[in-house]
Design a protein around this ligand. Sequence first.
Ligand SMILES: Cc1cc2nc3c(=O)[nH]c(=O)nc-3n(C[C@H](O)[C@H](O)[C@H](O)COP(=O)(O)OP(=O)(O)OC[C@H]3O[C@@H](n4cnc5c(N)ncnc54)[C@H](O)[C@@H]3O)c2cc1C
Length: 290
Amino acid sequence: MTAGIYSVRQKLNTLVITKEFGGQMAHKAVDIENYPGFEKISGFELISKFEDQMKKKGVKVLDDQVLELKKEGDIFLSLTERGKKIESRAVIIATGSEPRKLNVPGESQFLGKGVSYCTTCDGPLFNQKDVAVIGGGDAGFEAALFLNGYAKKIYILEYGEEIKAGRDNQEKASTISKIQIITSAELKEIKGNDFVNQIVFKDRKTGEEKTLDVEGVFVQVGYQPATSFLKNLVELNEKKEIIVNFETFETKTPGLFAPGDVNSGKVKQIIVACGQGAQALMHAYKYLNK
Ligand SMILES: Cc1cc2nc3c(=O)[nH]c(=O)nc-3n(C[C@H](O)[C@H](O)[C@H](O)COP(=O)(O)OP(=O)(O)OC[C@H]3O[C@@H](n4cnc5c(N)ncnc54)[C@H](O)[C@@H]3O)c2cc1C
């Protein structure tokens, strides 16, 4: 969205193609407290402000997903899920990351029927219900803290022997009696009829299989870069992040830029993604002028 705003200000003919607004910010369960200008703001509110500003500046938006990107001569072709073929002279890839899946039986079957990757989107649907959060990192703890406003009982299942979340989140969770943390827990299966009603996990210390009766399962086991549609136009590292020139954010393909979480940069934050989006666009502008 930042690249979009900068682009129309350079009077470039600009189209933002996105399958939804907000990306990871939409998944953030607690308020954002490190984006300058806003002491405390929800992810949803911040996204809405970005979106409003971008649309008021005149950025055109196509609500679609790019399934393949090709380059023919000097022209890029973005092929979308809805069958569109968009031609452009430069492309900014800002596809960030998407939630990592567990790949256990029942996960895809019960998606939207108890299984969720977005606590802020779906948490309120689990009012007075028992739920499990899979993943004991900061995202898992933040999800549990958000669910505290709705759910009756919240289990946090962590695969490792120790919790990975920061001290701050651990301290907050320790004051809430309905949050129960289970370590060395490997999720094996999500069960149900029409909706989820149980999870099965292995206690990795004893090898014993155990069950919990829950109606919601919030998967919070990290994110992976959304780069699978790019084929050989970019070079990827072992984490499947795009390797860019960190001065220009250009990839190995001239005219193709990759700012934000999708590249191999070490600091994954909103302000960083925005800053890189602005820089990438200004370098794309230079590329187009050449
Ligand atoms: C739980 C959690 C909490 C966080 N808390 C904070 C915080 O407090 N402060 C902070 O600064 N950062 C925080 N972050 C990190 C921050 O959210 C990211 O750094 C930031 O969202 C990166 O922005 P991005 O635009 O690069 O990518 P993303 O936010 O991942 O956005 C990518 C967008 O591209 C779209 N997309 C992907 N593939 C395609 C495709 N093929 N076609 C069309 N569209 C596509 C997606 O739908 C999405 O809208 C948090 C992240 C998480 C997960």
